[in-house]
Design a protein around this ligand. Sequence first.
Ligand code: DX5
Ligand code: ZN
Length: 216
Amino acid sequence: MKNYVSASILSADLLNLESEIKKLEENSIDMVHFDVMDGVFVDNITYGLPFLKGIRQITDMCLDVHLMIINPLKYIDNFADFGADIITFHLESESDVKQTIDAIHKKGIKAAVAIKPNTPAEAVYEYLPYLDMVLVMTVEPGFGGQKFISSTVEKIEKLKAKISELGLAIDIQVDGGIDDKTSVTVKKAGANVLVSGSYLFRADDMKKSAELMREA
Ligand code: DX5
Ligand code: ZN
C-alpha cells in the first residue's frame, strides 16, 4: 500500500496558518491532520468548525479530521459540510460506532475509527468491513510532542494481519511521536498513513523529512 504523510497542524504556527499550509503544499505533504479536542473526551481543547472552514477556503489539500470529542455523531454533518475529506472518530467515544460510520459515508467522504493505546485491536474487528481507515494512536490522545508508545506496534501487526485475512484494503494510520525512526517501525508493522506534528514542523527541510518518513 502507498505511504502518506499527514501533517498535524497542532504543531504549526497558527497565527500564520496560511503560510504554514502553503509550506505543506510546497513540500508535497499528502494531507492536513486537523485535531479537534473538546476538553471532555481529552483534557485539552483545540479548535473546531470555523477554523476548518477557513482552511478549506485556502487549500485543496486532503483534510484529515481527527475528532477527539465525546459525541462525534452529533457533528459529522457539520465537519463534512465545512470541508473534511476524511473523518476519524474514537471507538471510546459515546456515539454508536456503526451509526457514526454510516453518517460519514452518507456525506460522501471517508470514515475511520481511532483506538487509544489501551484499546485492543480486536475491538475494531467487527467494523472493519465498513471502514476506509483505522487510526492506531501511538500516544495517549490530547497533546502533541509526546513519546511514541512502543507497545502499540504489536497491535498494528495484529490489525494488519486481520485486514489481510479479511481481504480488505484499509489504510492503517498512526498518530503520536512519529518521526523518521518510529516511522520505520510502524510501517514494518503495517501502517501506511503517518501523522506527524512536532517532527515535521521542526524539520529544517520538511520535504526531505517527509520523504524519509514515506520511503525509509
Ligand atoms: C495527539 C494528536 C496528534 C498530535 C501529534 O492527540 O492526535 O495528532 O498532534 O503530534 P506529534 O507528532 O508531535 O506527536
Ligand atoms: Zn491526531
